[in-house]
Design a protein. Structure first.
Length: 212
């Protein structure tokens, strides 16, 4: 590699060579080949694959791989740990809200901390994860969400979603109360998180072909 060559362009050349010579049948298989050749993480490789697709050098066929693991298996794999973490935190928060009185200290502190996370982070994070898995919807310094971008956007969307949920409940027989708001946010978080893990599974089961 020449000194003036962009390292990212060199990695792209490596990936194109791997596609031509080793002919991986799936995205996951291609990522494995690239990881054996480079020191890049899976997310870094996915970002470069997205760039190559945008440059029309490779493209993805939306054809599910027959030998890929089932959704059930993927759901209980390590890659879906984030999903179960979100669901667990949401369920534990709901349980503490209904079982720990707000003036029962010091356990009330745990209730309050979980409540803040539940209201101001989890719904937005699950929504962002479902809607924007890789590419940032606005122009930033990176083509993928870094931790700070995802956290800030998650908080912002959560702050927007919570009043909307309250407004909808206000015009229903349930009304605005602790129980309907808590259960509604739990349902939204679960729905968005499930949609996100389903999209993630479908993305990992796509096949790759070289554009000539």
């Amino acid at each position: 590699m020449s000194q003036n060559q962009n390292p990212n362009e060199s990695i792209k050349d490596v990936i194109i060579t791997i596609v031509k010579e080793q002919k991986p049948e799936t995205a996951s298989q291609l990522i494995e080949f690239v990881q054996k050749t480079t020191n890049l993480s899976e997310n870094e490789i996915i970002n470069i694959l997205n760039q190559l697709e945008a440059e029309d050098k490779i493209h993805f066929n939306m054809k599910q791989e027959k030998t890929f693991i089932s959704f059930r298996t993927y759901l209980f794999s390590f890659e879906s740990a984030w999903y179960w973490t979100i669901i667990a935190v949401a369920l534990v928060t709901t349980l503490t809200v209904f079982t720990i009185p707000k003036d029962w200290y010091p356990l009330a502190y745990i209730r309050n901390v979980l409540g803040v996370i539940f209201v101001l982070f989890l719904p937005g994070y699950a929504f962002v994860k479902a809607l924007f898995q890789k590419k940032v919807p606005v122009k930033t310094s990176s083509e993928s969400f870094d931790t700070i971008e995802r956290v800030v956007l998650s908080i912002g969307i959560s702050i927007a979603l919570t009043p909307i949920v309250g407004l909808i409940l206000y015009y229903t027989p349930l009304g605005i109360g602790l129980t309907p708001i808590t259960l509604s946010l739990l349902a939204l978080t679960t729905l968005f998180a499930t949609a996100a893990v389903a999209r993630e599974y479908l993305a990992k089961s796509n096949t790759i072909q070289q554009t000539y």
